[in-house]
Design a protein around this ligand. Structure first.
Ligand code: ADP
Length: 341
């Protein structure tokens, strides 16, 4: 029974009780009102019994509701203190109190999930920082012992590791902002062809080091209303990964086109591909198919997670298609002009 209905019955019951008791008392106190005294007494007694029965029922209903409420309050407090250990259980009617219990349990699940994510994040960041810190410490200790000279070239690895840590911290900051929906997008009309050319000309040096080629294919000379810096960061990441995973002498192709008010960009390589069992996870933070290779190439393991958040913040999508031994293709779709601000 719904709590509102219960309350109605409760009020009705109390009304009846008061009415019955008053009527009964009046009959008993004024025998002259009722001609046959014995009949009057019977009526008064019947009214009194009715009043007690209805009053008793109402009291029982009120007592049950109040007991369930007290139990709910107690369990909610236990959930607040230890969300991972407790859940609210409220046997009885499927009323508003039961809905409240379900809402508390849903809140508890969210709390627990949030806590697990936080713990996992702290563990991941600690793990990511441990390696560069160990390298820096190792080098410094060897230098202090005099086993390694304090020469500029011996300082280069230390500088690399501090750069990696700075990038990791910056990436974490961007990702946190994006995940909390607090990423400020500084949108303007951006020409996509010149932006892609600019990125590719910067990355060509990296490709040349492994004799890989980067080709840009596309005819569209339109503009997209987006945050240029963020979109550039996504593309640098995707093209950077494609170069990194392409084989010696491999090929990276960047295609772009307009499709029904959406800009589509494909970044394809002929690298080793991603095994299908890893594909569902590669946009998760710190997920790597081969941790050692990613770290050796300077990756923070956050590039794709950031790419996904940035593209989704623009109202777009990012997908991956990959075949082991053949290559990988990432597809970004961005609305030319977003309907949402
Ligand atoms: P990382 O800093 O490790 O590159 P990303 O988030 O950019 O982090 O990528 C996550 C993982 O996805 C990489 O470690 C790698 O295993 C896989 N990956 C990304 N791009 C490619 C690609 N083009 N070819 C093969 N694997 C890729």
């Amino acid at each position: 029974m719904k709590a509102q209905a219960k309350l109605g019955w409760l009020l009705f019951g109390y009304g009846m009780a008061v009415f019955g008791a008053t009527a009964g008392a009046a009959v008993l106190a004024a025998p002259g009102i009722v001609p046959a005294r014995s009949g009057g007494v019977k009526l008064a007694a019947a009214c009194l019994i009715a009043a007690f029965v209805v009053g008793g029922l109402s009291f029982a209903l009120a007592a049950t509701a109040s007991r369930r409420l007290a139990s709910l309050a107690e369990q909610a407090e236990a959930v607040r203190l230890h969300p991972a250990l407790h859940a609210v259980e409220l046997p009885g009617a499927d009323d508003e109190l039961a809905s409240l219990a379900r809402a508390i349990n849903a809140l508890k699940s969210e709390l627990t999930r949030g806590e697990e994510t936080r713990n996992q994040l702290v563990a991941d960041v600690a793990h990511e920082l441990r390696t560069p810190l160990a390298i820096i410490r190792g080098h410094l200790e060897t230098m202090l012992k005099g086993a390694e000279e304090l020469k500029p070239e011996n300082l280069v690895p230390l500088l690399d590791e501090t750069r990696r840590m700075s990038r990791l911290i910056q990436d974490m900051r961007d990702l946190n902002l994006a995940e909390a929906g607090r990423l400020q997008l500084d949108r303007a009309w951006v020409g996509i062809a010149p932006t892609l050319q600019e990125i590719v000309s910067i990355m060509e040096m990296e490709a040349e080091e492994k004799a890989a080629t980067i080709r840009v294919e596309g005819e569209w000379d339109g503009e997209v209303y987006c945050d240029r810096t963020r979109i550039k960061q996504v593309l640098v990441n995707l093209i950077g990964n494609a170069i990194r995973y392409a084989p010696e002498g491999g090929a990276v192709t960047v295609r772009y086109a307009e499709e029904d008010g959406t800009l589509r960009i494909d970044v394809a390589d002929n690298g080793p591909g991603i095994p299908p069992e890893h594909v569902p996870y590669i946009f998760k933070r710190f997920y790597r198919v081969e941790a050692s290779r990613s770290r050796a190439s300077g990756g923070t393991g956050l590039g794709l997670a950031i790419a996904k958040e940035f593209i989704e913040a623009h109202g777009g999508t990012i997908q991956v298609a990959s075949r082991v031994g053949e290559g990988t293709e990432f597809t970004v779709r961005l609305p030319v002009f977003p309907l949402q601000p």
